[in-house]
Design a protein around this ligand. Structure first.
Ligand code: UD1
Ligand code: MG
Length: 422
């Protein structure tokens, strides 16, 4: 979108998290809260993004890298002071510059809600458009105060609110779009005369209203979206909502998830139709699973796995950085790491790939039609040939590749016979 920049406030320590790390770096799924906010802002169409850093800024800067420009806030004097840090940025001093302000601790606000807010702001030519929600439990949030005509006149923080104001159920979510010039002029006028002795960004609303500048609002109906994470309890609540959103998308794409409560699937996972996910399954990021598979119960598929169609991964199977070809089966109690399993392979119960020698992670290849006997240990790097078999309890040692069709047994495994046929 033209003339629009965004600023994400991420300088706070988040004392209520009781942590050694900045609050906004705590993860929701595989990425920090700040990553969710950055991605959502970008998907909504804003490319010029600033992130305000403060507490342990080097950690935040490392995470942000080249995805946005970090701007330090030396003293954490409040959200108004945080936004003030970018007042001299050239993109904000252009004619008609607009600024989207969003907090780094609201990871559930969707890109479509941000888009709606931006659209309404552009259509109405308001000085500020803010996102609100009406909730029966407004505890902890700033209340939106309107006059008799319904116009937003100010936002009052909970600690500073009168009993009457506390009873207001419409709250400030913490996402706003401003005309940049009017915003910075208004910030100059705010004072830290409140319970926290901070420069509240929210005080800008009253300043704009007093100047007869239009403050508009968009009300979201999705109560889940607004959750600002201020504590570990809040993080757990946010994760539960986020997780369910992912599962809803997966189920809508034709996958059966038998027990959503005990199933954890990352947002960067693709699963084909008619695959069934049994309870207590964890699927981490960057995993692709084909159609008609049976996964779990108690299965963990870690990052970087590619599972073909009609594959069965059963109970207590952990698989990591590996691929499994069509119609292959790993049904019980196995660890498979850094392995390429081709099609129609059977991995017997209790098979372990010893992929780590203490220094390096080594590769294993299991060619099509191989049959790995119960309790086999494959010490990587090693290759099991086409249609080859290992006996129960065999230990195939490193670099002792098993030829096509061979049957190996024992510890260390030795060729017992060669099967007939091609
Ligand atoms: C804020 C809003 C409140 C709103 C709520 C929504 C203000 C004054 N209050 O309260 O109206 O209902 O969010 O979740 O804005 N930060 C900085 N620098 C600072 C202070 C804070 O960058 O000096 C950052 C924090 O890292 C955080 C965000 O701003 O990401 C919001 O700060 P927080 O302390 O969480 O504000 P709330 O009390 O939640
Ligand atoms: Mg907050």
């Amino acid at each position: 979108m033209k003339n629009i920049s965004a600023v994400i406030l991420a300088a706070g320590e988040g004392t209520r998290m009781n942590s050694n790390y900045p609050k906004i770096l705590h993860k929701l799924g595989s990425k920090p809260m700040l990553g969710h906010v950055m991605d959502n802002v970008q998907i909504a169409g804003v490319k010029d993004i600033f992130v305000i850093t403060g507490y342990k800024s080097e950690l935040v800067e490392n995470f942000v890298a080249d995805k946005a420009s970090c701007v330090p806030q030396k003293k954490l004097l409040g959200t108004g002071d945080a936004v003030w840090q970018i007042k001299d940025k050239p993109s904000l001093n252009q004619k008609n510059a607009r600024l989207l302000v969003i907090y780094g601790d609201t990871p559930l606000i969707t890109s479509s809600t941000i888009k709606k807010l931006l659209q309404k702001h552009m259509e109405t030519e308001a000085s500020c458009t803010l996102l609100t929600v009406t909730t029966k439990d407004p505890t902890g949030y700033g209340r939106v105060v309107r006059n008799d005509g319904g116009t937003v006149v100010k936002i009052v923080e909970e600690q500073d609110a009168t009993v009457f104001e506390r009873a207001i159920e419409e709250i400030n979510v913490g996402v706003y779009v401003f005309k940049a010039e009017e915003l910075f002029t208004a910030i100059k006028k705010i004072k830290p005369d409140n319970a926290k002795r901070e420069y509240y960004l929210t005080d800008v609303i009253e300043v704009l209203n007093k100047q007869n500048l239009l403050v508009n609002s968009v009300e979201t109906q999705d109560h889940d979206e607004i959750l600002g994470v201020n504590s570990r309890q809040g993080l757990a609540r946010a994760y539960a909502i986020y997780k369910m959103r992912i599962l809803e998308d997966i189920v809508a794409a034709g996958v059966t998830v038998l027990d959503p409560q005990t199933t954890f699937i990352d947002e960067k996972v693709k699963i084909g139709r008619d695959t069934v996910i049994y309870p207590y399954t964890v699927i981490e990021c960057d995993v692709v699973i084909g159609e008609n598979c049976s996964i779990g119960p108690f299965c963990r598929i870690r990052s970087g796995c590619d599972i073909g169609n009609n594959v069965c991964l059963g109970n207590f199977v952990e698989i990591n950085r590996s691929s499994v070809g069509v119609f292959s089966r790993i049904k019980h109690q196995s660890y498979i790491g850094d392995t390429t399993i081709e099609e129609n392979v059977n991995i017997g119960a209790g098979t372990i790939v010893a992929n780590y020698d203490g220094k390096n992670k080594n590769k294993t290849i299991i060619k099509s039609g191989a049959f790995i006997g119960t309790g086999t240990i494959l010490v990587a790097p090693v290759k099991i040939g086409k249609g080859a078999m290992t006996g129960a309890g065999a230990v195939v040692t490193k670099n002792k590749d098993v030829p096509d069709k061979a049957v190996v047994v024992g510890v260390p495994a030795k060729i017992f016979k060669k099967q007939k046929g091609k």
